[in-house]
Design a binder for this molecule. Structure first.
Ligand code: ADP
Length: 393
C-alpha cells in the first residue's frame, strides 16, 4: 500500500483519519475545510465516494492489519466510515497508541446485535422480547412463547434490511440455520413508526442530542426523514433522548451515533412507548438533514467530537427539515437533471456522493427546510424521484 504524509494546514491543525471511503467520509470534507482539518481516508479504491474529494486517500483494506497500521501512522486520530473493521484489526490499531473513536469496546455493540441486546437488557433499557436461537426447535419455542411472526436477524453484517427476515413458521429459516451459528430472534414489534435519536459525545464526556426524527422506510431502506418527528409525545421524546445520552455514557461511545427506535402506540388512551431497535456508531443516514437543517451538522460534530473539541449547537434552523434519499435509477445522466431541479426549486439542497448509478443504491440525498411540512415532503419527494428518473418533469 502506498502511503504518503498528508499535508496539514499551518497552525497546529490535526490530521483526522477515516477508515472507509464511503459517503459518510465524503460528507466530512466540507466541515473539515472550514475547520482547517486535513482528512486522510483509507479508501477501498481510487474512485470511492470520499477518495474523489479528500486531500489524501491511500487505497487499502480495512481487513488488513498492515494497511490499517501504515495508514494510522499518518493520523492524529482515527475514526470510521463504517462498522466493519474486525476486532483483531481494531486491537492492533489501538495498540499503536493513536486515539481511536469510537473505541472497539463501544463499537462492538454496533457490530453485533446479540451483544447489543444483552447490554441494553442489562441496563434495563426497553427492547423487544429477544433470544438467541440455534435451530428450528429453538425458533419455534420462541415464536410459540412471544407470538408469530418472529423477526429473525443475523447478528453481524446486516444493513438496509439485509440480514433481517420476518418468519411465520420455523421451517422457513432452515437455510439460515444450515449456515450454522446463532441467530437473533425478536418479537415482531407492532410499531406505528420508526424514530432515530442522534447524539454526539466527546472523549471528555460532553454530549449533545439533536431533535428526534422520524425515518420512513420503503422495502427496508430509509427513503425519507422528517425532522423533528411530527407530533411526537414530549415525554417519549424526553425519555428517548435521556436513554440515548445514558447509553453514550454507559457504553463510553465517542463521536456521533444513532439510536434507532420503534414507537409503539398507546392503547385505550395511554401514552405511546418505545423500544430500541439498534445502534449505529457513526454519522447516520437519519442525520443527513442536519447538513442544512441544524446549526451544526452531524459531520462537523463528528469531527469536533473525535478531536475532543467543544461540541456545536444542535438547534434546528427551521421549523421542519425533510431529507429524501436518492436511490439509483437505471440511467447515468444525473448532471442534466440538475438544471431542471435547481430552476424548479431554488430552496432545494442537493447532496450527491459521486457514486456510479446502480438500481437501489444510495447515491445522494436532498434537503429542504421551512414551515410547511407537507409542502416540504412533496418537494423532497419530487426531487428524489426526478434524480432517480421515475418522474420526468
Ligand atoms: P439493519 O441492520 O439492516 O438496518 P434492522 O435491525 O434495522 O436491520 O431492521 C431493518 C428493518 O426491519 C427495520 O427498519 C424495521 O422496519 C424492521 N424490523 C427490525 N426489527 C424488527 C422487530 N423486532 N419488529 C418489527 N420490525 C422490525
Amino acid at each position: 500500500m502506498q502511503v504518503t504524509s498528508p499535508r496539514r494546514a499551518p497552525g497546529g491543525f490535526p490530521v483526522v483519519g477515516i477508515i472507509g471511503g464511503g459517503q459518510l467520509a465524503r460528507m466530512c470534507q466540507p466541515p473539515a475545510v472550514n475547520l482547517s482539518l486535513t482528512l486522510n481516508v483509507l479508501s477501498e479504491g481510487p474512485d470511492a465516494a470520499a477518495a474523489l474529494v479528500v486531500p489524501s486517500a491511500p487505497v487499502g483494506s480495512h481487513l488488513e492489519i498492515d494497511d490499517v497500521l501504515a495508514f494510522a501512522k499518518e493520523c492524529d486520530v482515527v475514526t470510521f466510515d463504517h462498522e466493519h473493521v474486525p476486532a483483531d484489526v481494531l486491537q492492533a490499531l489501538v495498540a499503536t497508541g493513536v486515539p481511536v473513536h469510537p473505541k472497539p469496546e463501544a463499537l462492538r455493540f454496533a457490530q453485533d446485535k446479540v451483544a447489543m441486546r444483552e447490554r441494553l437488557t442489562a441496563l434495563g433499557l426497553p427492547c423487544p422480547a429477544w433470544a438467541t436461537v440455534h435451530d428450528e426447535a429453538e425458533l419455534a419455542a420462541f415464536g410459540d412463547l412471544h407470538g408469530w411472526p418472529v423477526v429473525l436477524k443475523t447478528p453481524r453484517g446486516g444493513y438496509d434490511g439485509k440480514g433481517v427476515r420476518v418468519i411465520d413458521a420455523a421451517p422457513e429459516a432452515a437455510d439460515w440455520f444450515a449456515r450454522g451459528g446463532a441467530l437473533l430472534a425478536e418479537e415482531c414489534v407492532p410499531f406505528s413508526r420508526e424514530l432515530a435519536v442522534l447524539v454526539a459525545r466527546s472523549p471528555s464526556g460532553q454530549a449533545a442530542v439533536w431533535p428526534i426524527v422520524q425515518t420512513v422506510q420503503t422495502d427496508g431502506i430509509c427513503t425519507e426523514v422528517l425532522a423533528p418527528a411530527p407530533g411526537l409525545d414530549p415525554s417519549l421524546a424526553a425519555d428517548a433522548s435521556q436513554t440515548a445520552l445514558r447509553l453514550a455514557g454507559e457504553l463510553d461511545i465517542t463521536g456521533v451515533f444513532a439510536v434507532e427506535i420503534f414507537e409503539i402506540p398507546g392503547t385505550d388512551g395511554s401514552a405511546p412507548s418505545y423500544v430500541v431497535n439498534e445502534l449505529a456508531m457513526r454519522p447516520h443516514n437519519s442525520g443527513h438533514w442536519t447538513i442544512d437543517g441544524s446549526v451544526t451538522s452531524q459531520f462537523e460534530q463528528h469531527l469536533r467530537a473525535v478531536l475532543d473539541l467543544p461540541l456545536g449547537d444542535v438547534g434546528p434552523r427551521a421549523t421542519w427539515t425533510v431529507m429524501g434519499n436518492v436511490l439509483g435509477g437505471d440511467y447515468d445522466q444525473l448532471y442534466p437533471a440538475y438544471r431542471h431541479l435547481l430552476a424548479r426549486d431554488p430552496g432545494l439542497k442537493i447532496h450527491l456522493y459521486g457514486k456510479g448509478v446502480r438500481p437501489g443504491r444510495k447515491i445522494g440525498h436532498v434537503n429542504v427546510y421551512g414551515d410547511d411540512l407537507e409542502d416540504l415532503r412533496a418537494r423532497a419527494r419530487h426531487a428524489a424521484d426526478y434524480l432517480e428518473g421515475t418522474v420526468t418533469e
